[in-house]
Design a protein around this ligand. Sequence first.
Ligand code: SAM
Ligand code: ZN
Length: 314
Amino acid sequence: MSMTSPVTFLCPTCGLVMNDERVAGLLWCPRCALSINFREGIPRFVESAHLESFGLQWNRYEVAHADEDRATFQAKTGFSLDELAGKLVLDAGCGGGRYSKIVGGAGGIVVGADHTHAVDKAANLCADLEQVSFVQADLKKLPFPPASFDYAFSIGVMHHDVNTRAVFDTVAKMVKPGGKLAVWLYRKNQFWQEWLNTAIRKRTMNMPPEKLERWCRIGAFLGGVPIMKQTLNKIVNFSNHPNYENRVCDTFDWFAPQYQHHHTVDELFEWYREAGYENLVVLPPEKRGTFYRWTYEKNLLIGSGVNVMGTRKS
Ligand SMILES: C[S@@+](CC[C@H](N)C(=O)[O-])C[C@H]1O[C@@H](n2cnc3c(N)ncnc32)[C@H](O)[C@@H]1O
Ligand SMILES: [Zn+2]
């Protein structure tokens, strides 16, 4: 990891530029004397709080697969890898860092931000990429000046905050005029699916992680059985990823978090417009096939997304 930051850190209390004294292990505000400590080379503005299940999940499961992650990144951002070389890119809600790694590998200068100690896993994953760095921070209080980044992306993140829109607004402000922002959020399903999912999650999100993981292993098993992965998982969500460990992780990712809001394309469009974005593009899902697309269009696919990319007006 680099010994200098590609972006300026602002004091979370008074907004002044902080002195970067990372050799001494801290950022320090000359006005209010607030100090933020580095741990394992990462400045820690917050601790995990209600998002702790993610810290646990990303450090526990090995789910990064370069070829798949590259394809998913391009599908869910609409960014081509060629355009990112030398650009300053924010990975908003980086988790275990699989997409930071893809962007860093393409020559992007990446700052990955996450509320949890998932940043430790992310830093490990990207250890050989000089120009990729991480910060443990709340996306609603990012410690950077507005309009710092050429690109920002947020894949499967904002809906896990108590207020999705508040996260969107803060991240949207981080992009320079003329820069691009891509956001992927959970899609709102049919009312009966929403009702059932809320009822099930009410129980699962308070389960001890070891107990929930046992249920997720059952889900991951079912997700590998052909007939189940096309029928039962329209009713109760479990992952049908080809890799078993990814299925456990994805299923845990669905049932553990405290907040999980579902949204529509219209909502996301409105947020983009109000934040001063134009050239909005709806990004289609990666998977094809007539049956898949039909269930997707009918909002029947639990865990599918609404996905929009836009350019900040100059
Ligand atoms: C489902 S994971 C996605 C991680 C990564 N984007 C990926 O797709 O591999 C969501 C991540 O967003 C983070 N997150 C959610 N709300 C956040 C917030 N308000 N501030 C910072 N991180 C947040 C969580 O800690 C978690 O690691
Ligand atoms: Zn200060």
